[in-house]
Design a protein around this ligand. Structure first.
Ligand code: NAP
Length: 233
């Protein structure tokens, strides 16, 4: 694995259906699916949050799921919550802006000043990273250098997952497999974004381990980039 010391180690963690979907249909909250996680797996999710310095989800997940992103089911400190949101337009009432854990909203230079001020009034850290869209490599650097974030977990959604892996910023993937098939051509899956043109563009993963957590299968992979994939079929 290429060693990049100027950014945190990044884990992508998600619960997914057998057909690779993250929710029931486009626009639906993944909290509906999460109700079907085995209690042991919910604990695994919260243990993982407690073990990481920061947790990041996309702004659309905040709009749809209104996530808290705190540690609740186990003892431990909630990680720094990080939301990339170029226009600073998430609701000021979003649960993630409540004061039960620290939150950082990453905005772009195009974010209106009054929205940034509103966030700061709520006690939220605001960092500018990128001109029109969030520059994710820069954000990773800021997290590491200014906030001492050495480990970051991302919990989706598919658009954020896409841009993170596209920028070679994901080191590990941990999946909680739920025994359902939901279908739907436009139902959000683990990674969204653009399709690839040929097999050279596939991201290659190496299975590290798999186990049952309660009744849920959990799989863990390393993501391989560049020279790590030389010689792979
Ligand atoms: N099962 C699960 O584990 C799970 C977890 C999370 C979410 N979900 C589901 O996923 C769905 C939401 O996913 P989504 O794909 O619509 O949204 P999302 O990934 O939550 O949010 C999109 C993110 O991508 C950022 N973005 C867009 N273009 C970018 C670019 N060029 N460079 C960098 N960042 C960019 C956006 O930032 P801006 O604000 O700046 O545009 C935003 O933060 C919901 O249905 C939710 O329930 C499921």
């Amino acid at each position: 694995m290429a060693i990049q010391t100027d950014r945190p180690h990044v884990l992508m963690m998600s619960e997914i259906t057998v057909d690779g979907k993250l929710t029931l249909k486009k626009g639906a909250s993944s909290k509906i699916l999460m109700k079907y996680m085995d209690p042991a797996t919910e604990i695994l999710l919260h243990e993982t949050r407690a073990a990481y310095d920061a947790i990041m989800v996309g702004s659309n997940t905040i709009r749809i799921d209104n996530s808290f992103l705190t540690v609740r089911l186990v003892e431990g400190k909630s990680p720094l919550r990080v939301i990339p949101n170029s226009r600073a337009d998430i609701s000021p009432e979003a649960n993630v802006l409540r004061s039960d854990a620290p939150t950082l909203v990453a905005v772009s230079e195009s974010a209106p000043e009054e929205r940034i001020a509103l966030l700061r009034e709520r006690g939220v850290f605001v960092e500018v990273a990128g001109k029109d869209v969030i520059d994710l490599p820069l954000l990773m650097h800021i997290l590491k250098e200014r906030y001492g974030v050495n480990s970051l977990m991302i919990e989706g959604g598919p658009t954020l997952n896409y841009y993170m892996i596209q920028n070679h910023l994901v080191d590990e993937v941990r999946l909680i497999h739920l025994p359902f098939i939901v279908g739907g051509a436009d139902t959000p899956s683990l990674v969204g974004g653009m399709h690839i043109e040929n097999e050279d563009e596939m991201f290659r993963l190496q299975l590290k381990t798999f186990y049952l957590c309660g009744t849920n299968l959990v799989t863990e992979y390393d993501v391989l980039y560049g020279e790590d994939t030389d010689g792979m079929a």
